[in-house]
Design a protein around this ligand. Structure first.
Ligand code: FE2
Length: 211
């Protein structure tokens, strides 16, 4: 009898430990960032590999952002969470009142998570973001990576090489965090923009854990 009790307690302990590990917020590496903790605020428990950022009907030009996440050896990385947020077509981050007083409030309501599939693929359907009003900053989509149970960090923004605001100065200051975020948009026959942003885990991320 005692053996059974011990075995059941062991199984329950392992299950509880696994649940706690899944729910724990991963440590931030690669330096602090504005709103790094927002990646956990509102995160769905089980995001799929394809997610929608801007709702259907959002004003703006439809855009699909997709890519493959690989590790440093070039192997596809499954189960990695990619978090994305961006401005609306007018170039502002429309606040999400559900998160007033928290970091996610400033990331706005156009945000979503996707978890890479067995081939390391992720995909977001959204709109093309507008550049900030009265600013020379180029259009961009912010991206963060969450490696479950390991760490989280921001990577280079998605940028668009057909954007008139994207100057040589902007190109020179790219850090290559997680690989290049510079994309070449193409429009399909339905008028939907497509950009590809592959990600290399840990690339140019200071303090990235080596094992
Ligand atoms: Fe921004």
């Amino acid at each position: 009898m005692r053996k059974w009790v011990t075995a059941i307690a062991l199984v329950l302990g392992v299950a509880l430990g696994a649940a706690l590990a899944l729910n724990r917020n991963e440590p931030v590496v690669g330096g602090p960032c504005e709103g790094c903790d927002a990646v956990f605020q509102g995160r769905p428990d089980d995001p799929g590999s394809s997610a929608r950022i801007a709702p259907v009907g959002e004003r703006g030009e439809a855009l699909v952002l997709a890519g493959v996440v690989r590790d440093a050896r070039g192997q596809p990385a499954a189960g990695i969470i990619v978090y994305a947020y961006h401005t609306d077509a007018a170039g502002i981050y429309p606040p999400d009142e559900r998160f007033r007083g928290r970091s996610a409030y400033h990331h706005g309501r156009l945000r979503a998570w996707a978890r890479t599939d067995a081939s390391g693929r992720y995909r977001f359907a959204t709109i093309r973001p507008g550049g900030y009003p009265d600013s020379g900053e180029p259009e961009h989509i912010h991206l963060h990576v969450i490696e479950p149970g390991r760490c989280t960090y921001y990577i280079d923004d998605v940028l668009f090489d057909d954007d008139a605001r994207l100057t040589d100065r902007h190109r020179q200051r790219l850090e290559g965090r997680g690989g290049s975020g510079l994309t070449s948009p193409r429009k399909d026959e339905k008028g939907v923009w497509h950009v590809s942003r592959d990600i290399v885990l840990g690339q140019n991320i200071p303090g990235y854990p080596l094992n």
